[in-house]
Design a protein around this ligand. Structure first.
Ligand SMILES: [Zn+2]
Length: 686
């Protein structure tokens, strides 16, 4: 079992390539910019446990204090910094990490407790509001930061205090008489504890994670045999009608995926980041407790079935063309099936950057349980569209919400930071360990002693090199090089070699390779030279070791061309999107200075000729020019002064104005070239 947060070190992105350049910007610009923001806002020094004036601010999202997440903002930055330091040591960043770790050590209480808010603002009230407060969420991010710190620095300066804190949590939470039978309102600590367990092999860590997951939503929990959040609320002296701002009604525990135990949940509900972090942990729990789960195994029959059900509901009925999830602003999460409005003045669209990062995390865990291209397709879709769009080209401005259409209330634009700053450092850490998402690997032991085969699954295509030390294999060190101009060109040249690490001579390749066939390329992909027998399982092309030995250099091609795609008819939206390979496109006002109404009245001709245009400013990309594709503007004068119009024949769509060309650019590139912030992904078709 492996985690991308560890395996990423085996991957080197080829200098100058798509992801190498993005990661270089994150390393050189984003880390520094975010460090500056941590300092400017008071987060950097918050672990000194001194009062900060903002602690008196009324909460923007009642009842959660605005500074509640500060621990996690710092932790995510440390985590991202540790991944990026692995590539390139940077004294200034290193010094800041070390100083933060010293402050974290200093903030720990004698019994191990470690949290800014409950040490400074509400001492004595720790663990009294798991439903709303982010104590355990923060603890989870501190664990993840400590693991990244330990991985890079090879010391226990951060891990030791965090282990002491986890010991306290293990004593505090559980099902015995003296313990709190509760679980966090915002999942995160579960997946962090499972990662921690891999390093420590301490059964307490696995046990606590399993308790939080398995107890969640139990209507008969604890000694009172009631829902924990009811018991906890009454203990605080609150009425069930004293609603958190995100709740539309009393006891809306679906907001936290705690309305019923996970194994009984039929549809994906509530806050989308919480849902993704929780299900990622569920996938991990299955993988750790039952290395080859299936529907017949104990955990598989309960939790794997639930994962399949919730994943399918999300992907088939509650996600956007960009991979973004969450239509509802009020609870930052899922709406009803097929309710997927594109922008604020159409009824919503949230698609938080962190949620898309969560989808990638979940997809990666599911891929490790079952190698199916449908998971990797979504992982790639989210990466290039819903995640990458969260950061500007210069790495210093971010989005939290990623709508598919702008409006006067919500223009398409980025900000240097947010009061609740979860997304910016989340992008940083994700790009930090991105190499771990490109491929996964394991060693298959053979019955014959001293013989083993390396298996590498290629999920993403990009110019990069994987170096794999294969203990127990004759291959020594296997090197796999991908060379490609993905996502603009679908030709990928593979070059595979093996080196005996002792003699530094060539070794015999003991490698099986599995290549993901992207869903959008099905039927049009090619491999050269072509194997006599093509073996495909669940969307992956299997190349056996004999073929690889004979053809260590080969080309895999997935022709990329602009496609018109449409949303499910039950969304009741007659719009068309343009995609090309993994990239989703949008239109922006800067290319269409005549546009005044966020492209709402444009009627698009899906049969228009689409011309590709390679551009290099502000970055290299392929634009798509749709000739005379804007057939004109919809004439709405028949509705002037009324909400319905028609009559005999039902009324007609009338167009006014001339046909115009439309210029589509990748959605992730939006809001990088100036303009008025008008943007749209899906255009009306008749
Ligand atoms: Zn976020």
């Amino acid at each position: 079992m492996e985690y991308p947060q560890e395996s990423f070190v085996n991957t080197t992105f080829t200098p100058g390539s798509f992801w190498a350049r993005r990661r270089e910007i994150v390393r050189a610009q984003t880390l520094r910019h975010q460090l500056e923001m941590l300092k400017k806002t008071g987060r950097y020094e918050a672990f000194k446990l001194e009062w900060h004036p903002s602690y008196s601010d009324p909460p923007t999202v009642y009842p959660v204090p605005n500074h509640q997440f500060w621990d996690s903002d710092v932790a995510k930055w440390i985590e991202g910094a540790c991944y990026l330091l692995t590539d390139h040591f940077d004294a200034e960043i290193d010094e800041a990490v070390q100083e933060l770790v010293r402050m974290i050590q200093g903030a720990q209480q004698g019994d191990g407790y470690l949290n800014i808010h409950y040490s400074v603002v509400e001492p004595g009230k720790r663990f009294t509001n798991l439903r709303d407060m982010h104590e355990l969420y923060n603890a989870g991010h501190l664990i993840e930061a400590a693991l990244a710190h330990h991985h890079f620095y090879k010391n226990d300066k951060m891990l030791a205090p965090i282990l002491k804190y986890v010991d306290l949590l293990s004593r505090t939470f559980g099902s015995s008489e003296s313990q709190i039978p509760g679980y966090p309102g915002h999942p995160e600590i579960e997946l962090a504890l499972l990662r921690l367990y891999k390093v420590t092999q301490d059964p307490k860590h696995l046990q606590l994670a399993r308790f939080f997951i398995e107890e969640r939503g139990n209507p008969h929990g604890g000694k009172e045999k009631r829902h924990f959040y009811d018991v906890e609320r009454e203990a605080r002296g609150e009425s069930e009608h004293d609603l958190p701002m995100c709740y539309p009604a009393a006891r809306s525990y679906w907001y936290q995926q705690a309305h019923t135990p996970i194994i009984n949940q039929e549809t994906i509900e509530g806050h989308s980041v919480r849902a993704m972090y929780l299900l990622t942990a569920v996938a991990d729990m299955i993988r750790i407790s039952d290395p080859s789960p299936d529907a017949a195994s104990e955990l598989g029959s309960k939790y794997l079935l639930a994962l399949h059900r919730l994943w399918s509901n999300m992907i088939e009925k509650k996600s956007y063309v960009t991979g973004g999830i969450g239509a509802m602003k009020k609870w930052e999460g899922f709406g009803i099936d097929y309710f997927l409005p594109h922008g604020t003045d159409e009824g919503g669209c949230y698609a938080e950057t962190c949620a898309a990062i969560g989808v990638m995390m979940l997809a990666e865990r599911l891929l490790q349980i079952e190698l199916k291209s449908e998971y990797a397709d979504i992982m790639e879709l989210c990466l290039y569209n819903a995640v990458l769009t969260g950061m500007s080209l210069d790495g210093k401005a971010f989005t939290y919400v990623n709508q598919l259409a702008s409006s006067d209330e919500d223009l398409s634009q980025r900000h240097e930071w947010f009061e609740c700053a979860c997304c910016p450092p989340n992008v940083t850490r994700t790009l930090g360990f991105l190499g771990g998402y490109v491929w996964s690997q394991r060693i298959k032991e053979s019955e014959k002693a001293a013989s083993a085969t390396a298996i590498v699954n290629v999920h993403l295509y990009t110019s990069a090199t994987l170096r794999l030390e294969t203990k127990g294999c004759k291959s020594g060190t296997i090197q796999i090089i991908q060379k490609t101009d993905w996502p603009w060109n679908g030709d990928v040249d593979f070059n595979i070699s093996a080196e005996d690490s002792e003699s530094e001579s060539d070794a015999e390749l003991e490698l099986e390779l599995r290549l993901r066939i992207p869903g959008w390329a099905s039927g049009s992909w090619e491999i050269t030279p072509r194997p006599n027998k093509i073996t495909i399982h669940d969307g992956y092309l299997y190349l056996d070791k004999n073929w690889i030995r004979e053809h260590p250099k080969f080309r895999f091609s997935c022709p990329m061309q602009a496609r018109i795609v449409r949303p499910h008819p039950l969304t009741m939206q007659r719009v068309a999107y343009i995609t090309r390979g993994p990239i989703v496109y949008c239109v922006e006002d800067i290319d269409h200075p005549w546009e005044q109404d966020h492209f709402k009245r444009i009627v698009f001709d899906p049969k228009a000729a689409l011309q590709e245009e390679k551009r290099s400013d502000p970055d290299a990309y392929v634009a798509i020019i749709a000739e005379k594709a804007a057939l004109g503007q919809l004439d709405t004068s028949a509705w002037d002064g009324k909400i319905v119009a028609g009559g005999e024949g039902g009324g007609k769509d009338t167009l006014i104005g001339e046909s115009r060309d439309l210029c589509f650019i990748p959605y992730y590139l939006r809001a990088n070239r100036g303009g008025r912030g008008q943007m749209r992904v899906g255009l009306r078709v008749l």
